[in-house]
Design a protein around this ligand. Structure first.
Ligand SMILES: [Ca+2]
Ligand SMILES: [Ca+2]
Ligand SMILES: [Ca+2]
Length: 193
């Protein structure tokens, strides 16, 4: 490319991008200038957008056997897209997965109980399908504790969650522990982006 037409003469880039390197913010392999959803990981077949999902349950329409009924993430047939029983142990949102119900830690909050591991496995499967670059493990622990004790518990739980998630998520997913002070109900929220 002629230098006077090249907006980035010191970096290699295609003519279509005025000689500048292509960017791909969501990392789905489609350059931002041709990606119809530049901030959402998508497929080339859908112009860089995620496949359609009419009921928003995370199961694309093409595989969803109940297109108007949301999947219940409970470890029972979690990929067919149909509601089922028992109650959900994880809830999927656009930017986060919430772990539902009792959290389940043992060894003075340093590791997950069996019930906790079960919930984590389901939450990790949900996260894994979203191919996140980063997962923030937000933990709020305990009522009725001092601020310091609650923070310490939240720190241990977040570390236990990060260690357990590390074994189940791809290497490129960065895990960040986010222990929080006692601001309401104990909870675990896995924010992904
Ligand atoms: Ca669906
Ligand atoms: Ca299910
Ligand atoms: Ca469905």
């Amino acid at each position: 490319m002629l230098d006077h037409l090249d907006r980035c003469p010191h970096k290699p880039g295609p003519v279509a991008n005025h000689g500048c390197p292509d960017h791909d913010r969501d990392g789905d392999g489609l350059a931002d200038r041709v990606d119809r959803c530049p901030d959402r990981f998508g497929l080339a077949a859908h112009n860089g957008c995620p496949p359609p999902d009419a009921d928003g349950d995370g199961v694309p329409d093409a595989r969803d056997r109940c297109k108007r009924g949301a999947e219940v993430y409970n470890g029972v047939r979690d990929t067919d897209g149909c509601p089922d029983r028992p109650a959900a142990v994880a809830r999927l949102h656009k930017d986060r997965v919430e772990v539902v119900g009792k959290l389940g830690f043992v060894n003075r909050d340093r590791s997950l109980s069996r019930a906790g591991s079960y919930r984590l496995r389901i939450a990790a499967a949900l996260l894994g399908q979203r191919t996140p670059g980063v997962v923030e493990v937000e933990v709020v622990a305990g009522y009725g504790l001092s601020y310091g004790d609650s923070m310490q518990r939240a720190r241990r739980r977040a570390a236990a969650m990060v260690a357990a998630l590390r074994k189940r998520l791809p290497k490129y997913t960065k895990l960040v522990a986010k222990p929080r002070g006692p601001d309401g109900k104990p909870r675990i929220v896995l924010r992904y982006h």
